[in-house]
Design a protein. Structure first.
Length: 161
């Protein structure tokens, strides 16, 4: 598990230019209202997501895929599998922040029913605004149909901790 955290830290540093320290990640693993989820392939950990929840809502704090596997069609099954897990756990709302100009990410999130609800000006270290997006009513028949498709093999998606 510590090896997974090291790989998650590497992926985040490569993607975002920074990451939490090892101690903070290890604390996150014991958080009763959160999860660190990893996607695996034959090469090892190729993606991760950090989730925190309260009162039926889930915040996606971070999601990243290894640049070596981007473009292979893993983003939709990775996010879709997580959202189905959230449905199974009876969560109703899912929120995230994404760079305002990250159009590929916006397309992915819109595919899963996220809508833009607000803007956080100059939120990121490069001065870019954050787009706040929400997907709601995850228990509705609409979301059940929407999330009924793409799936990662069960052994591919693992909760760390």
């Amino acid at each position: 598990m510590a090896a997974d955290i090291e790989r998650v830290r590497e992926l985040e540093t490569e993607a975002f230019g920074f990451t939490w320290d090892q101690e903070t990640f290890l604390k996150e693993l014991t958080r009763p209202n959160g999860a660190t989820v990893v996607a695996r392939s034959a090469e090892g950990v190729v993606g991760s997501a950090l989730l925190v929840w309260a009162a039926g809502e889930v915040q996606l704090n971070s999601i990243v895929l290894d640049p070596a596997v981007r473009g292979r069609g893993l983003s939709r099954p990775f996010l879709g599998t997580m959202m189905r897990w959230l449905q199974e756990e009876q969560f109703d709302w899912f929120t995230l922040e994404v760079k305002w100009r990250n159009e590929p990410a916006h397309r992915l999130y819109r595919h899963f029913g996220f809508v833009t609800t607000a803007c956080r000006p100059r939120y990121y270290s490069d001065g870019q605004d954050a787009r706040i997006m929400w997907a709601g009513h995850l228990q509705s028949p609409h979301f059940r149909r929407l999330l009924g498709g793409e799936d990662l093999p069960e052994e591919t998606l693992r909760r760390v901790g």
